[in-house]
Design a protein around this ligand. Structure first.
Ligand code: TXA
Ligand code: MG
Length: 337
């Protein structure tokens, strides 16, 4: 199949392009679209055959459920059985926005969307293109638009690298703002718990609900292995970095240094850069560079770096920094396999 790429205005999407994309969705095809977090791969949520195509295109295990992307509050009741008052309050407060809410599902939601579970994850993305598309098509089942196990795509080129020829079209609205996925909060077990950290921080959720919220993202691990070819080496101390750089084993590898910092750069890196000018280096601000990480991982692969050496990571960054750290650890786990 020849994938079509359509440039679309990110703030004020052209109606005729949205209609063309919506027509493909209605014809049970897959269309990748931008959200405020990462690009999604959309299919008509109630068309089982269309949803099946998502799993085939991505190489995604069928037991891994998909998030339903909505554009209007009224759609919630048609797919969720019960809406706990706290969940409703969070929708009102954070939607549209990077928060996905797991509720018990109505039987109208196809089993393939739920991954065979009795629950469904709901999200209303804060992106004019996504909202305009969903308004035309109704709820979309949509995972991130990458091959299973690859970093989520933050622009149309990333989508192309993974899915060209496998999907009908890509709505290209440039780079996404956040560059990390939505937070997932589950209301179907006792109380509520965070299954995946993301765009809405734990602090924001605790402030909004007035309660402490448990983070239990272990259940997600099975779906979160990046199969990156660049091995990530997370150094805990400066000595470890120096030793690694001096290590003959590593010296033979094509490696890049990732200088991590929080808000202010540390003068010590610059000395490392001078000392090892032969190595490519990247700067990564852990407190704010949420949309740099996935691009960096993809670029490292493209440039065939065998080793990514990270300078010491902050122990307990707050807010979005904690999410960036979470993804770095996942990538490190995935790359050591
Ligand atoms: O920001 C995002 O959430 C992006 C954009 C495209 O919306 N979407 C995204 O989807 O990251 P995906 O499929 O790549 O990740 C969704 C995660 C998966 O790990 C899936 O297992 C989990 O959400 N999930 C979906 N429905 C669930 C459910 N009913 N119960 C538990 N986990 C669920
Ligand atoms: Mg994904």
């Amino acid at each position: 199949m020849k994938t079509q790429y359509w440039q679309v205005n990110p703030t004020c999407p052209e109606k005729e392009i949205i209609i063309k994309a919506a027509n493909l969705i209605k014809a049970q095809e897959l269309v990748a679209f931008p959200t405020e977090t990462v690009y999604g791969l959309g299919a008509a949520a109630f068309q089982t055959q269309a949803v099946e195509k998502i799993f085939m295109a991505k190489g995604r295990p069928e037991a891994n459920p998909l998030l339903l992307h909505l554009s209007r509050m009224e759609q919630v009741e048609s797919v969720a059985k019960e809406i706990p008052p706290v969940a409703e309050m969070l929708m009102e407060r954070f939607w549209p926005g990077p928060l996905s809410i797991i509720l018990s599902a109505r039987e109208t939601v196809p089993a393939i969307v739920r991954g065979g579970k009795t629950t469904v994850g709901l999200r209303m993305p804060a992106h004019p293109v996504a909202l305009a598309l969903i308004d035309q098509t109704g709820p979309l089942a949509a995972p991130s638009a990458n091959l299973s196990g690859r970093p989520s795509p933050v622009n149309a080129e990333d989508v192309k690298a993974d899915l060209d020829g496998k999907i009908a079209a890509v709505l290209d609205a440039g780079r996404t703002g956040l560059g990390l996925e939505s937070t997932i909060i589950d209301f179907t077990s006792r109380g509520c718990r965070i299954l995946r950290q993301g765009g809405i921080t734990v602090e924001e959720l605790e402030e909004a609900t007035g309660m402490a919220i448990a983070i239990n993202d272990r259940g997600q691990e099975q779906y979160h292995h990046y199969q990156t070819n660049s091995q990530l080496l997370l150094c805990q101390t400066w000595e470890e970095i120096e030793n690694s750089l001096a290590d003959i084993k590593h010296a033979k590898k094509k490696l890049a240094l990732v200088y991590t910092y929080v808000e202010k750069k540390n003068a010590r890196w610059e000395s490392l850069k001078d000392k090892y000018p032969q190595h490519q280096s990247y700067d990564l601000d852990i407190s704010s560079a949420s949309n740099r990480l996935y691009s960096l991982l993809r670029e490292a692969e493209e440039r065939e770096f065998e080793l990514l050496l990270f300078t010491p990571l902050p122990e307990k960054p707050g807010g979005i920094g904690r999410v960036i750290l979470d993804r770095i650890y996942q990538a490190a786990r995935g790359s050591s396999k």
